[in-house]
Design a protein around this ligand. Structure first.
Ligand code: AMP
Length: 303
């Protein structure tokens, strides 16, 4: 996987943190590491804390593809109102990412499952050019890149099996307010499957002719939605890589596993909840999801 590794400043109605570990790659890798071996490609600056590196190591994440360069780590500052579904970006400093050219260690190049997390689409393309025969490629993106780098983003979309994207960003990318029509427009841009993330209203998966829906888990304590999308993708891709089979059935399970991981992540700021998570907790919540949406069919009638 490739993505941003960040130091974030985040404010929600329930608290604020500054200079904490964030970035799409951090959330994705940590979530996916519960299911599979993760190889990370990214860049940090001189100010990146050692304990964050230790977290990646403890989770067994391969960080040979993580470069450290002179200068500062990528920084993002964001805020949420009581509607936790929409992040307001207050500041983005690319810093270490400004001159970054991803270079995959040779053993990464044969990996079968590839995730291009939210990052400059030109860098996503450079990573894709270095993987040899991927079985399944997925990507994420956000408004920042839809506005600023639409052409390379469209080139990425031509080459992926799956796009995961927020509802608002799907509307923006498709230039279409209706979500079902927006999905059709985006699928025509290249991806075979599209997942539209709707925050506390769950996620919709458009896969060829079928549509599947996962609710968000009803939680009593939601502190910070930052990284929900990346933890979702980590659960989804980690699960698929673990079962090593891509089908409608496994993708439906993966959608629930993604929603499971996202539901844990929003229970704390930064990666605190993911850090303390155990596999039995994941399994229990996956099963709780199942009972949340299982219901009996209507009885047979003649009319
Ligand atoms: P999510 O809430 O899953 O969409 O991801 C939030 C993370 O994305 C934060 O930890 C940020 O550091 C990171 N982020 C914010 N803006 C960007 C950007 N323009 N490019 C890459 N990563 C970003």
């Amino acid at each position: 996987m490739v993505g941003s590794i960040a130091l974030d400043a985040v404010k929600t109605p329930f608290g604020a943190v500054d200079n904490v570990l964030g970035g799409s790659a951090s959330y994705f890798s940590t979530a996916a590491s519960f299911f599979t071996d993760v190889s990370l490609v990214g860049v940090v600056g001189e100010d990146f804390p050692e304990d964050a590196i230790s977290l990646f190591r403890e989770r067994g994440i391969d960080i040979d593809g993580l470069e450290r360069v002179a200068g500062k780590t990528f920084r993002w500052q964001g805020e949420y109102g009581y509607d936790l579904n929409e992040a307001i970006t207050l500041d983005t400093q690319l810093n270490a990412f400004e001159h970054f050219r991803p270079k995959l260690p040779p053993r990464y190049q044969d990996n079968a499952y590839v995730f291009l997390a939210n990052i400059d689409p030109e860098l996503q393309l450079e990573v894709l050019a270095q993987v040899k025969h991927p079985r399944f490629v997925a990507c994420d993106t956000m408004n920042y890149w839809i506005q600023g780098k639409l052409a390379p983003l469209k080139a990425v979309l031509q080459r992926v099996d799956l796009l995961t994207i927020n509802e608002g960003e799907a509307r923006q990318l498709a230039q279409e307010p209706n979500i079902v029509r927006a999905a059709r427009t985006i699928l025509a841009m290249g991806p075979k499957t599209l997942i539209i993330k709707r925050g506390e209203y769950g996620a919709l998966m458009f896969n060829g002719a079928t549509t599947f829906f996962a609710p968000a888990f009803p939680l009593e304590n939601v502190y910070d939605p930052t990284g929900a999308g990346d933890s979702f993708a980590g659960g989804f891709m980690g699960y698929l890589a673990n079962v090593d089979a891509v089908s409608e059935e496994t993708m439906r399970q993966a959608l629930i596993m993604g929603s499971t991981m996202a539901s844990f992540n929003v229970e704390s700021f930064s990666l605190e909840r993911l850090k303390s998570l155990t596999y039995p907790e994941i399994r229990d919540r996956f099963r709780a999801f199942k009972s949340l949406v299982t219901f009996a069919d209507l009885p047979e009638t003649t009319e």
